[in-house]
Design a protein around this ligand. Structure first.
Ligand code: A3P
Length: 326
């Protein structure tokens, strides 16, 4: 999940001494005919047609959608803890989020698999009760029509593009090192590609815009959250999420449960858990890579004012008149 790059299928993982030029590592990209989004070549021949041909949505499915590095891990943790709070109270010492990475708590729509693009590698996620909660990074217009239809609900998490870029660049460098690669990938290179929209599921702002427009058209079906607002108001986000997922908090539950969920899913808490300090997922990505600083405006430690201005301009122009301000 949330890979910004990776070895092509069947590619040999190179020895630590191998030097790889960053853009080659992250950019085995291609576009779906007639669409402006970039997917990895693997996706285009693998899970993408697979999902379209075989994935069977249920009318009450809930999709958690994000552009990679926008807070996917957090949203998954919050949704999982909220939906399963009766079976797993957040204060339980044995809560699944205390021994499983949030990505391993639900299925991911976006890998080749026997059941239509659903990644279901070990460890198996908990049984999928209805409504199922599934995650994906796919742009709205590339989702199968069956999902875009009236049934499925979608929760989107959007994040400020400069922070997404920086988070993604650092993540790519870190995870490629985990694959034993010495990747030469400058921020300038990542920046140029990002500005051109050339990153997996990019352009970033177009990805957000599609979900934004859909949330305006069908507010009961598409909930648009922002990472920054969630950081400011985590408790009200959890309440909103619960309502949208049809498991609103009752009077009797009170605010204590909400606060406990916020606490359990906080960056500091998740980061400190053994599974997230020392565990890895089935893609051999160490879980610790998913938890970094989690702040607003971290980009300013990395991007020059000129870079920031250029990207802001591109995004402003693309979103003009939409009502969306990322
Ligand atoms: P930074 O790299 O800016 O710190 P994703 O989950 O989509 O891969 O996004 C990763 C970003 O979300 C990282 O941002 C990471 O630190 C942050 N993050 C991960 N878990 C979080 C949590 N529980 N609360 C807030 N932010 C979190």
């Amino acid at each position: 999940p949330a890979m910004l790059g990776g070895p092509r299928q069947g590619a040999r993982v190179k020895k630590p001494s191998s030097r790889v030029h960053g853009p080659e590592w992250v950019q085995a990209l291609a576009r779906v005919d007639g669409h402006g989004f970039w997917l990895s070549e693997n996706a285009l021949t693998g899970y993408f047609p697979d999902i379209h041909a075989r994935f069977e949505p249920r009318p009450d499915d809930i999709f958690l959608v994000s552009f990679p590095k926008s807070g996917t891990t957090w949203l998954k943790a919050l949704a999982f803890a909220t939906q399963n709070r009766a079976a797993h109270p957040p204060s339980d010492a044995g809560h699944p989020l205390r021994w499983r990475n949030p990505h391993d708590c639900m299925r991911f729509l976006g890998a080749s698999g026997a059941d239509g693009g659903m990644e279901d590698e070990p460890p198996p996620p908990p049984p999928l009760r209805s409504p199922r909660v599934l995650a994906t990074h796919l742009p709205y217009s590339l989702m199968p029509e069956r999902i875009r239809g009236e049934g499925s609900r979608i929760v989107y998490i959007g994040r400020e593009p400069k922070d997404v870029l920086v988070s993604g660049w650092l993540f790519t460098k870190k995870t490629s090192a985990m694959f034993g690669l010495d990747v030469q990938y400058t921020l300038q290179e990542a920046f140029d590609l990002f500005c051109e929209g050339r990153c997996i599921n990019g352009p970033h702002w177009q990805h957000a815009l599609e979900y934004w427009e859909e949330s305006s058209r069908r507010p009961g079906k598409v909930l648009f959250l922002r990472y920054e607002e969630m950081l400011r108001e985590p408790a009200s986000t959890v309440r909103k999420l619960a309502e949208f997922m049809w498991c609103a908090f009752s009077e009797e539950e009170g605010g204590g449960v909400v606060d406990a969920i916020v606490e359990l899913c906080s960056l500091g808490k998740l980061k400190s858990m053994e599974v997230n300090r020392n565990g890895s997922n089935h893609l051999a990505v160490r879980n610790e890579a998913y938890f970094r600083r989690g702040v607003i405006g971290d980009w300013s430690d990395h991007l020059t004012p000129e870079m920031a201005e250029k990207l802001d301009r591109i995004v402003d122009v693309a979103l003009r008149g939409s009502g969306l301000d990322l």
